[in-house]
Design a protein around this ligand. Structure first.
Ligand SMILES: [Zn+2]
Ligand SMILES: [Zn+2]
Length: 525
């Protein structure tokens, strides 16, 4: 069914299987099933709206609103929201239920959630189980990391974004399960690779792209199961070692030259429409070991999911952006992990049957709550009995159906941040006027100093791998990696060889030669 997006006015399609998925995700409370309506925003606007909640990396020095302790926070000192130190947030020094209030049927849920949002303190940084890892946010199970954002289960990593299960990674973006990685983008299971993009199962290689199961390759594009290749040609062990040694030590001039060489090499070579490995019936890009996932980006081990990005192990869910350890039977979540049967939440971890809530941890059966830990049967942070909860929630959902809030993600006004503080600005850049017009906040930030530190740990890494020290600050380096990565959006175009209809992250106006999987495999093998 064709619909027009209420945000961008573009046409979008709601497929039959999406409607079936919404049926599956519609919750039953006190024996009543509450149908989820079809989305009113297009897939891209839905991702954008969720990302506009997520401030990964704008960090400020400020004081804790609980103890006055100096701390680092994603909340600016002049933010209208209260922020407290993470250790304090997890402690018993404050009680989230103290902010509880009665539900008021003369107001919308989002209005009331907005009032609670302003009253209650928030976590200075969203981290859990991080050890010796300063300047990390949206980070879970980390050890000895620095300036790593959107990450889980990493060790000894620096300056990375969206990093899962990595060790010794520096300057990487959406890299999973890799070790000794430098300047990697959208890759998985690589070992000792530098300057690599869209690669899988590669090792001991430099300046490689779109390679799968390659070892000792240099300046190669689109190879599979190869060793000792240079510029896509077999050179043998001896010559390869010589060529590799001749590059060392790498200088910025040499790196620019090598990038240009790779660019020239790949210019006329076919590109695969999408990078989908060991999958069945999937669309999107960088999908590993998954089944029946549509519009999926940078995901692995997922099944029956639509419109998902940055996650591992999700099942039967729709519209989920960033869920490190996956979610199940959930809808419209952002920065949520380990959630089950939850809808419309931001930053909720390990929750079940949690609806329209923010920053909740290990809750079940809660509705419109913020900052709760291990609670059940709460509404607007007020504790109810099971019976009271089951009596009130159906009425609230009916109220939301009338106000049009039911089935939507959280309202823009509930985001703690201005559009340009969030990753939405990275992926969907807007001018100030445009962002304000669309209902987001904007923050005029002073230009910060471009000075940056080089830590002893990275110095050691550069020395060991004969790499030059970076010239640009970490955020600029991240931006150049982001520019090299294809967007989280699919376009329909035709295979340059057989004219079959394909779905790809390469926009139709891009110059690359895009092949369907069949034609690509014929060309590369
Ligand atoms: Zn739209
Ligand atoms: Zn084709």
């Amino acid at each position: 069914m064709k619909k027009t997006c209420e945000q961008c006015n573009q046409q979008f399609e709601v497929e039959k299987k999406e409607i079936e998925m919404l049926q599956l995700l519609s919750p039953t409370i006190a024996g009543i099933k509450f149908d989820l309506p079809e989305p009113t925003f297009c897939p891209v606007c839905r991702i954008q709206n969720r990302l506009a909640f997520r401030n990964e990396h704008s960090l400020y020095k400020r004081k804790s609103d609980l103890s006055g302790k100096a701390m680092l926070s994603i909340f600016a000192p002049d933010s209208t929201y209260k922020a407290i130190d993470q250790d304090e947030w997890w402690s018993d020094e404050w009680e989230p239920l103290q902010y509880g209030r009665d539900f008021d049927f003369s107001k919308t849920v989002f209005e009331q959630l907005g009032e609670l949002n302003l009253a209650i303190p928030h976590m200075a940084l969203s981290t859990k189980n991080v050890e010796n890892s300063q300047f990390t946010n949206f980070a879970l199970n980390m050890k000895n990391c620095y300036l790593v954002f959107g990450a889980s289960d990493d060790q000894d990593c620096l300056y990375c974004r969206i990093l899962l299960g990595c060790k010794d990674a520096i300057d990487c973006f959406t890299v999973y399960d890799s070790e000794i990685a430098y300047e990697g983008i959208s890759s998985k299971n690589c070992y000792s690779c530098m300057y690599f993009k869209n690669c899988r199962n590669c090792s001991e290689s430099l300046f490689i792209e779109e390679c799968d199961n390659c070892k000792n390759c240099l300046l190669c594009f689109g190879l599979r199961n190869k060793e000792y290749y240079y510029m896509n040609e077999y050179v043998g062990k001896e010559k390869f070692e010589k060529l590799k040694t001749s590059l060392q030590p790498l200088t910025h001039e040499k790196i620019a030259e090598l990038h240009q060489k790779l660019l020239n090499l790949k210019k006329d070579l076919p590109h695969i429409a999408s990078h989908i490995y060991a999958c069945e019936d999937c669309s999107g890009d960088m999908i590993f070991n998954s089944k029946n996932c549509q519009w999926a980006f940078d995901v692995s081990d997922c099944e029956n999911c639509y419109y998902i990005a940055g996650q591992k192990g999700s099942q039967n869910s729709m519209d989920i952006t960033y869920a490190a350890r996956g979610v199940r039977f959930s809808y419209q979540l952002c920065a949520a992990t380990g959630c089950v049967q939850s809808i419309g939440c931001f930053l909720c971890w390990d929750c079940s049957n949690t609806f329209y809530s923010i920053e909740c941890q290990n809750t079940s059966d809660v509705f419109a709550c913020i900052g709760l830990r291990r609670k059940q049967y709460c509404i607007l942070n007020k504790q109810y009995s099971k019976e009271e909860y089951e009596k009130l929630v159906p009425k609230i959902i009916e109220h939301m159906q009338k106000t049009g809030e039911w089935g939507q993600f959280l309202a823009k006004s509930l985001s703690h941040f201005s559009y340009n503080q969030t990753v939405a600005q990275d992926h969907y850049p807007l001018e100030k006027a445009e962002a304000l017009k669309k209902g987001w906040q904007w923050r005029d930030e002073e230009k910060t100093s471009q000075a940056f530190n080089i830590t002893p740990k990275e110095l050691e890494f550069y020395k060991k791998h004969q790499l030059p020290q970076p010239i640009l600050p970490p955020n600029e380096r991240y931006k150049s990696r982001l520019a090299k990565k294809n967007p989280m959006q699919l376009w329909e175009r035709t295979c340059a060889k057989c004219n079959a209809v394909i779905q790809t992250t390469f926009a139709p106006n891009r110059p690359e030669k895009i092949y369907c999987e069949k034609c690509y495999l014929e060309a590369v093998y």
